[in-house]
Design a protein around this ligand. Structure first.
Ligand SMILES: *Cc1c(COP(=O)(O)O)cnc(C)c1O
Length: 388
């Protein structure tokens, strides 16, 4: 049995997406900036995709900038606003649980003499709106807070935060890469000025992202070159990738309610099953304000890496935290920010469900994992640890 429960790391391309992309490799291969008919065809395809992606988040086509990834969107938003508005102020607010694409962009800006406040979160992995209000200053130009957390799945109170930023004329950037395909998003309701998406997290191809930039908003372009993407992002566009992104966005619009209703049931079955079958286990992240696809647990007395390897041997693919931190053995910065003790954070597992997930797969995990935990606990020097 092969069970993929790592959809927060990436998703497979939908067959419909591959079909939509196919003509743009060899037949309709034109450069969208070219003046001839092949160029025109490619340009038209990009504009259709722009409308499809805009429609996924309640935006207008003109507000969508295609980029090279979710990371590229985050970098463009944060560095672009920082440099554009530095005369007004050099203070940025973000949280301790952001994706590295946001955290490392902010750390780099600190080296360029910007000041960054990294807000803590509560034990559920949620930032407090009152904390945001407290740290905003005269010279704050940007607040960057993610929508859904990629490790523990907690959803942040963006609508309330946007009331604080819009009153004060501060840009609000939202990394919505995890929520893009999994819960309905409306940029107007959220009150975002900038919002990042990535195609490969919503059954589209890898290496394509989008940045929503609210009409009237402005930033400094980050790549210098041609005038593509309304001058916001130089580079010949990845036409097949963008076409795939557009089709993937369209499919999400069609099936998001049905998909998330189904996943919620499976997610809760997995969560309750793990709680019932494994002693000394805790659920990480908010109980209700969370992604329908995410189950994150800490198992006392065992290493997350050990569990991941044993699960992989049984055909079950999941992760300890995020794919990005899988290669270093530091405990997750997200779990640390939530105040979870080191030893407990080390025993963490993230299961993220998706379109292909079935009830049989969940049953299989519930059958296999308790035995793995028992075996590892017998071998572990940490066996005395308790989650409480
Ligand atoms: C995956 C992810 C990113 C990065 O997107 P890429 O397209 O892989 O660069 C950024 N933020 C979050 C929350 C993510 O989950």
């Amino acid at each position: 049995m092969r069970v993929y429960l790592d959809h927060a790391a990436t998703t497979p391309c939908d067959t419909e997406v591959i079909k939509a992309m196919e003509p743009y490799w060899q037949v309709k291969f034109g450069n969208p900036s070219s003046p001839h008919r092949l160029g025109g065809e490619a340009e038209e395809a990009i504009e259709q995709a722009r409308a499809q992606v805009a429609s996924l988040i309640g935006a207008e086509s003109g507000e969508i900038i295609f980029t090279g990834s979710g990371t590229a969107s985050d970098n463009l938003a944060i560095k672009g606003v920082a440099f554009k508005w530095q005369k007004r102020g050099r203070h940025i607010v973000t949280t301790q649980i952001e994706h590295p694409a946001v955290l490392e962009s902010c750390r780099w800006l600190e080296k360029q003499n910007f000041k960054v406040t990294y807000l803590p979160v509560d034990e559920w992995g949620v930032v407090q709106v009152s904390d945001v209000a407290q740290v905003i200053r005269e010279d704050t130009i940007l607040v960057s807070i993610m929508h859904g957390n990629n490790e523990v799945g907690s959803i942040q109170p963006i609508e309330q935060i946007s009331q604080l930023t819009s009153e004060r004329g501060i840009y609000l950037h939202v990394d919505a890469v995890q929520t893009g395909g999994s819960i309905p998003i409306n940029v107007k309701t959220l009150g975002a000025d900038l919002l990042s998406l990535s195609a490969h997290k919503l059954y589209g191809p890898k290496g394509v992202g989008a940045l929503y930039l609210k009409k009237g908003g402005t930033l400094d372009p980050w790549l210098h070159g041609g005038q593509q993407e309304n001058r916001w992002r130089a580079s010949t566009q990845n036409v097949p990738g963008i076409v795939g992104f557009g089709r993937a966005a369209e499919l999400v619009c069609e099936r998001i309610v049905e998909d998330s209703d189904r996943l919620l049931i499976l997610r809760d079955k997995l969560r309750d099953g793990l709680l019932n079958r494994i002693p000394d286990i805790r659920i990480n992240g908010h109980l209700t304000e969370r992604l329908p696809s995410n189950v994150n647990v800490s198992v006392a007395g065992v290493e997350g890496e050990g569990m991941v390897l044993h699960l992989d041997a049984a055909g079950i693919m999941c992760s300890t935290g995020s794919a990005c931190s899988a290669h270093n053995l530091q405990p997750s910065h997200v779990l640390m920010a939530m105040g979870i003790r080191h030893e407990i954070a080390h025993g963490s597992l993230r299961f993220t469900l998706g379109r292909s997930t079935t009830e049989e797969e969940i049953d299989y995990v519930l059958e296999v994992l308790p035995a793995i935990v028992e075996k590892l606990r017998v071998m572990s020097p940490l066996v005395q640890e308790r989650v409480a």
